[in-house]
Ligand binder design. Structure first.
Ligand code: UDP
Ligand code: MG
Length: 312
């Protein structure tokens, strides 16, 4: 018999938070009405996380774990967890307790009401830097405007998913995984519950600025082709401007009035401007082509060094 609930927690250098994580999650697990498995995914941690996870597994058989051969990133860790999860109800949450496990029973209640996806929306971010809050705010709004699917704003990966949804997610082979977007793309009956996102329990943020930026760019590129069209629009506007200028120059010639367009400065500014537009357009093309290249290689998403606890 498989457990009814699977809880998925990606772990990357979280030795300071693991004891408290276990303490709080196991309290919630005891309260659930059926069997639970807790899947910890060690994403190539360089601290004592994996030793602590092994110990937990020895001590509590509800804990299963996967260990990557190196760091593959949060989204890939969650992907691996989803592949291994066996429950009918699957919950994804962070190891740093910014996603309170105490919210799980409320999510399950929504599932009972017939929702296949219950995601948690941040009403507030407490004690995160203004920079993070500001960039997150701007990014989610840009994404909302550009994306082909309606990706809810201020929503992370903290969610409950029904088996049906998890099976669809598992069948999506793409490597550039923006899970919160893929989850929205899948559809079904979805609902949100609000929560206040507190500070991480201990330790440093594991998502560096460059990792967050990469995730953000991934989100936009995976769910929108608007950036590709940008070059077309800018090109059209430049063409119209140059036509108007051509007419003006001829007119000034004929009327032999003094033309304001003479001089090296005009030429230099125009050249630089168009050069910049072209380089940015090539860069955008490159982002898409790079992703095609990544997909075409068809490499596995991760390499597993250890898999434990899934045999029964
Ligand atoms: N994480 C991971 N691999 C990484 C980075 C982060 O598995 O390369 C995990 C981390 O252990 C945590 C979660 O992803 O459980 C979220 O990371 P963090 O709290 O640092 O980022 P936040 O989302 O709070 O900015
Ligand atoms: Mg966090």
């Amino acid at each position: 018999m498989y457990p009814k609930y699977s809880l998925i927690v990606p772990v990357y250098n979280e030795e300071e938070t693991i004891p408290e994580l276990y303490h709080r999650i196991s309290a919630v697990m005891d309260r659930l009405d059926d069997q639970v498995e807790l899947i910890l995914i060690n994403d190539g941690s360089r601290d004592r996380s994996i030793e602590m996870i092994r110990e937990l597994h020895q001590h509590d058989r509800r804990i299963c774990y996967l260990s990557f051969a190196r760091n593959f990133g949060h989204q890939i860790a969650v992907t691996a967890g989803l592949k291994f999860a066996r429950g009918e109800i699957v919950v994804v949450l962070d190891a740093d307790l910014q996603d309170p496990p105490e919210l799980i029973p409320d999510m399950v209640e929504k599932w009972r009401q017939g929702y296949q996806v219950v995601y948690a929306t941040r009403t507030q971010r407490i004690k995160e830097s203004w920079f993070k809050r500001f960039t997150a705010y701007v990014f989610y709004r840009i994404l909302k405007n550009l994306a082909d699917v309606d990706i809810p704003t201020d929503t992370g990966d903290f969610c409950l998913m029904d088996r049906q949804v998890v099976d669809v997610l598992n069948s999506m082979p793409e490597r550039n995984r923006y899970i919160r977007g893929m989850r929205a793309w899948i559809g079904f009956k979805q609902t949100s519950i609000p929560f206040e996102r507190g500070p991480r329990f201990a330790g440093e943020v594991k998502y560096s600025f460059s990792k967050s930026l990469a995730l953000a760019i991934n989100g936009i590129i995976s769910f929108s082709r608007v950036p590709l069209r940008l070059a077309t629009y800018v090109g059209l506007v430049a063409a119209i401007i140059s036509l108007i200028m051509a007419v003006l120059v001829i007119y000034w010639r004929i009327t032999s009035s003094h033309s304001p367009l003479t001089g090296l400065a005009t030429i230099i500014v125009a050249t630089f401007f168009l050069g910049a537009v072209q380089l940015v357009s090539i860069g955008i093309l490159g982002e898409y082509i790079g992703r095609i290249y990544e997909e075409v290689k068809g490499r596995p998403l991760y390499t597993l060094a250890e898999v434990e606890g899934f045999e029964n």
